[in-house]
Design a protein around this ligand. Structure first.
Ligand code: AMP
Length: 394
């Protein structure tokens, strides 16, 4: 994997695809700058070599060049983070952009306007990619969050840089951290898969069964497994058409010597609400009209034991409705146990959507080994897919 560390960028104009698709408030202030900070090491390496950076990104899903999706809103945050006043140009291709690029001096940064102002971007249009490619001597992809898309700037453009292309440091580290889990020689490896539905996690489970020793299943998806095994789940979230698939997974896990750990008790509620009445029951005994919204104390203990004995831990998806305080405990304790295992020397990767939100909510982000910046991209890597943005660089 060739990264920016393998190239000297002195005098080079470097075209970098970053993922600055960040949330903005009503006054267009950046409310979470994680993705901007994540791109900083790559940008600084290039500037320190004596190169200049041309940054390109998308922001949101504009339909008609709406001003609210302009990347000009992030110039201040970006400038503060990298410590250089960033220049901005109100387009991503054309004469004005070419002039701004040709005036760019070493040590300077130019940010282009939202790539998705052109529908050619998401269509993966070759001509658009070629026009973008003319702006730089070298192409760097550091946009992990969009690496699973074959868009013009994330994948198609790479063919115009047969020699002069490489991985940014963020993209490289995301790949390395997933590989630490999927290609680990250390044991035991534990995957914790939670979240709402079996259907959205099935490909991940199938792909990782060969690589893990323990599989912890929590969240709404656990109830499909429990019902399939004959348990009473009341009105808990269940995908009835996935029950036989759940049994097949359990069978497959057995064949592969993977120990599956399902919840043994649950916090149940009489409505999907933070003000619901609650009680704790064993997991296959949920009365009609009640639903399981979090794992119970016995389950917390069971999961703790598995986690504290693991050397490699992957966590994707909450084990309860952690957004509501009444049902957050299981996910919080689980996260704390992963932090404890990490402190004791385990490697822990938190990736994909809501578990990342949970880790931030419970202030555990710096207590696990790695928190992924990409939701969909991370999930597709765990599913065993080669992402188009990565393939294009190889
Ligand atoms: P996912 O995006 O599939 O990882 O699902 C995350 C969502 O699953 C979160 O919004 C949780 O609130 C939800 N979730 C977790 N446990 C349950 C449960 N027992 N019943 C319903 N939803 C749940």
């Amino acid at each position: 994997m060739k990264t920016v560390n393998d190239i000297n960028f002195k005098g080079k104009k470097v075209l970098i695809r970053v993922d600055f698709n960040v949330p903005l408030d009503e006054e267009f202030n950046v409310t979470d700058d994680t993705r901007i900070r994540a791109a900083k090491p790559t940008i600084l390496k290039i500037l320190e070599d004596g190169g200049s950076c041309i940054l390109m990104s998308h922001l949101g899903r504009p339909k008609n060049k709406e001003a609210e999706f302009s990347l000009k809103h992030i110039v201040k945050s970006l400038s503060d983070i990298v410590g250089v006043q960033v220049k901005f140009v109100e387009d991503s291709i054309g004469a004005e952009v070419e002039a701004a690029v040709s005036n760019l001096k070493s040590g300077e940064i130019l940010l282009l306007e939202n790539l998705r102002y052109y529908e050619e971007e998401t269509k993966g249009d070759r001509d658009f990619a070629e026009k973008l490619s003319k702006l730089g001597d070298v192409y760097v992809n550091d946009a992990f969050g969009t690496a699973h898309r074959a868009h013009a700037s994330t994948a198609i453009i790479a063919e115009f840089f047969p020699e002069n292309k490489c991985f940014g440091l963020l993209l490289a580290s995301e790949i390395e951290n997933v590989e630490k889990v999927l290609k680990s020689t250390e044991k035991p490896v534990t995957a914790i898969i939670g979240g709402a539905k079996v259907s959205s996690k099935i490909t991940i489970i199938e792909n990782i069964l060969d690589k893990i020793d323990h599989l912890i299943i929590g969240g709404g998806m656990a109830f499909t497994f429990i019902k399939a095994q004959g348990g009473k789940v009341g009105s808990s979230l269940v995908e009835d058409d996935k029950q036989s698939l759940a049994l097949e997974i359990l069978e497959e896990a057995k064949k592969k010597n993977v120990k599956v750990h399902l919840p043994v008790d649950a916090i149940i509620a009489d409505s999907f609400s933070d003000t619901a009445n609650t009680q704790i029951v064993t997991v296959g005994n949920i009365p009609d009209g009640w639903m399981g919204l979090d794992v119970g104390p016995e389950t917390n203990k069971l999961f703790e034991e598995v986690i504290l004995n693991s050397k490699i831990i992957l966590w994707n998806g909450p084990v309860g409705v952690f957004e509501m305080d009444k049902f957050a405990q299981g996910t919080k304790v689980l996260g704390q146990n992963i932090a404890k295992a990490t402190k004791n020397g385990a490697f822990s990767l938190v990736g994909g959507g809501d578990s990342v939100a949970a880790v931030h909510k419970f202030n555990l982000a710096d207590k696990v080994s790695y928190v992924s910046t990409g939701g969909g991209a991370m999930l597709e890597m765990l599913e065993g897919k080669t992402l188009p943005g990565i393939k294009a660089l190889l």
